[in-house]
Write a protein that binds this ligand. Structure first.
Ligand SMILES: Nc1ncnc2c1ncn2[C@@H]1O[C@H](COP(=O)(O)OP(=O)(O)O)[C@@H](O)[C@H]1O
Ligand SMILES: [Mg+2]
Length: 619
């Protein structure tokens, strides 16, 4: 046997993306279709609860600017008035200037401290809120969403994207407000000090503004590419590590290395592009700034010489200019973080705008009171048609009635649609046409909590959460006592192996149940389902990881477990089928045979063939 051929990704061609990178499906891209205005609405809704605190931080920043920008004025006063007065033996003005300078610096520092702590608190709350929203929303989205939007993408949303927003909030935004404020303050100050010099400074804003616009346009594109590139790196990483066993088994390491190298290089290159844009911007803006300073110094010197300008005013103007142009580099950096944050926010907004395809009913209906003693309920598939979003129709008009309290076995070849039937009954998906009814109530009209109580599915891939074995069984009914948990485990024959674990029921199953085998995991999942005590129990190949004795043990327990419930047992091994009241043979999304097990075995149909082949395989 040869290993499956891997995609040919030529590492030399950096444009080449690994398979599936652009299939035209929006889910393969990072930005899901975002309704117009969703990004702005998200930002507003994040900031709305902290309006007052945002206002407070703004006021603090204004006061801080006023305090800090007093400095050069004091210098002008010192040069033009205090120093001459001091020469005339009047120390008062100079002392006043020194004290004033110290006071404004101290006030500026104190206000800055207050501002930083206040804004940090706002930022932390915004990010906390956002991370929570992403988690809750992603968790609430339906199964078909998660089949298409990889967990790597979700991780990248709640790490890199939230992080770039954090950068914007904690550094960038403060930077922008400071820069804008100091532009306004300083321009006003310069114009007030000297109209001519002020006008030169203000005129320099025109080329600066144009530079910023050009930079913004170019960097926006570069940043979007960069954040897509980093997301692709994360997705590849997560996917590879999640599938580390098949990666090893099929020696995918080298192919993965190549694909990862391509993605990594693409990220590196987009980083380089971003830096290049930044460098161009910084050089351009410094050129403009220094030209303006040179012009003002030259012209100012002439005017000081001819006596139309005081030396102190020129000194103050130059000091102000430095303060004016210094933050321009940082303005570029702010625009950087603004660009990445905007790209990130757009992606997060796109995710949050997704609605569950299996929604909770707005006015849920109650199930009728159970008929008689037993918990089972009647299940009806009524003209059900179903297709996965990514493929053709799996169930073409399906009608089936499962009477309450009976066990039905479903057999059929792989891909026949058995699991699809089970997933529709558990409402992981809604049918594209027709209805699935539980005691006459459409599953879509049931509150999801009630549905989950009523219908429980045990599958092949019994998943264990971190926590103890007991915790994992108790998932079925969180309020269950230890006695009830143990009784459930005993009923399905899991008690022996659990007792043999190092801490018995309190053994930690960390690492996805790494410590216990697949078969044992299935037993835990069985116990969980039994404890949940549902009206409808679906077993989808739920005993396939058990060995023959293990399966026998479960089978003996099965009669108790299934008694009185409506049960759908999907099984490969026909031994499981014999306990059923009725057997359905399914092919290509249709029931091709339907009858009691003995009746079908005695007949001449597919089941009787299957059964004969299975018998022969046993001897
Ligand atoms: N999540 C899915 N997305 C798209 N197609 C799917 C999905 N799950 C199953 N299918 C397709 O539906 C068909 C029936 O699958 P399934 O119900 O799992 O069959 P069975 O359980 O009988 O082996 C198969 O052709 C399979 O490729
Ligand atoms: Mg299946």
């Amino acid at each position: 046997m040869t290993a499956p051929t891997t995609t040919s990704v030529a590492p030399s061609d950096e444009e080449d993306l690994p398979r599936g990178a652009d299939s035209g499906d929006p889910f393969d891209r990072d930005v899901l279709p975002t309704p117009p205005g969703a990004t702005a609405a998200l930002l507003r809704s994040l900031l709305a609860p902290m309006k007052a605190r945002v206002a407070l931080t703004t006021v603090l920043l204004l006061l801080q600017q006023a305090a800090v920008q007093a400095g050069p004025l004091l210098v002008a006063y010192a040069i033009d008035h205090a120093v001459p007065a001091f020469r005339d033996h009047d120390r008062g003005p100079l002392i006043a200037v020194a004290v004033g300078y110290l006071l404004s610096a101290a006030a500026g520092g104190a206000l800055q401290y207050a501002f930083i702590t206040a804004s940090a608190r706002v930022n932390q709350d915004v990010l906390l809120d956002l991370r929570g929203r992403i988690f809750r929303h992603a968790q609430a989205l339906s199964v078909d969403f998660h089949e298409r939007y990889t967990s790597g993408r979700l991780i990248s949303r709640s790490t890199t994207d939230v992080e770039s927003l954090r950068e914007l909030l904690s550094e960038g935004l403060q930077e922008l407000v400071t820069v804008v404020l100091s532009f306004v303050f300083i321009s006003a100050m310069l114009l007030w000090l000297d109209l001519g010099l002020g006008a030169v400074a203000v005129a320099s804003f025109v080329p600066l503004y144009l530079l910023v616009r050009v930079y913004q346009r170019r960097a926006g594109e570069v940043y979007r590419l960069r954040s897509t590139a980093i997301a692709a790196v994360i997705v590849k990483f997560v996917e590879t590590m999640n599938g580390i066993r098949p990666v090893r088994a099929f020696r995918r390491e080298n192919a993965n290395d190549d694909e990862f190298r391509v993605l990594n290089r693409r990220h590196e290159r987009s980083n380089g592009d971003a830096l290049l844009e930044m460098a161009r911007y910084v050089v351009g803006s410094r050129l403009v700034a220094n030209t303006a300073v040179a012009m003002i110094v030259l012209w100012g010197a002439y005017r000081v010489a001819d006596g139309s300008l005081a030396l102190g005013v020129l000194a103050a103007a130059v000091l102000y200019l430095r303060r004016l142009y210094d933050p321009i580099d940082r303005l570029g950096m702010f625009l950087n973080s603004y660009q990445s944050a905007a790209a990130s926010l757009e992606k997060i907004a796109g995710l949050l705008a997704q609605t569950p395809s299996v929604p909770e009913p707005s006015v849920p209906r109650e199930l009728p009171a159970p008929q008689g003693e037993l918990p089972g309920r009647e299940v009806v598939f009524e003209g059900v048609r179903f297709a996965y979003r990514t493929g053709g129709e799996i169930l073409p008009r399906f009608d089936l009635t499962l009477p309450a309290g009976r066990t039905v076995a479903v057999v059929g070849s792989t891909g026949a649609g058995k699991s699809t039937l089970a997933k529709l009954l558990a409402r992981f998906y809604d049918p594209s046409d027709g209805r699935v009814l539980l005691d006459g109530v459409d599953l879509r009209e049931l509150a999801v909590a009630e549905l989950r109580r009523g219908v429980v599915m045990v599958t092949q891939e019994a998943f264990l959460f971190s926590g103890t074995v007991a915790d994992n069984i108790a998932l079925g009914r969180p309020e269950a006592t230890r006695e009830e948990i143990e009784r459930a485990a005993k009923a399905i024959g899991a008690h022996e192996f659990i007792s043999a674990l190092p801490d018995g029921y309190d053994t930690d199953v960390r690492k996805r149940g790494g410590r216990i085998s697949a078969g044992q995991r299935q037993l835990v999942a069985f116990a969980r389902a039994l404890l949940a005590d549902p009206a409808v129990l679906i077993l989808d190949e739920a005993t396939s990881s058990l060995d023959i004795p293990g399966e026998r043990a479960v089978q003996r327990a099965m009669a108790t477990v299934l008694h009185g419930r409506t049960a759908v047992v999907i099984a490969h091994r026909l031994s499981t089928v014999e306990i059923a009241d009725r057997v359905l043979v399914m092919e290509h999304g249709r029931i091709v045979e339907d009858g009691g097990p003995a009746e079908l075995i005695a007949g001449t149909g597919r089941f009787s063939d299957l059964h004969r082949a299975w018998r022969d395989s046993l001897v």
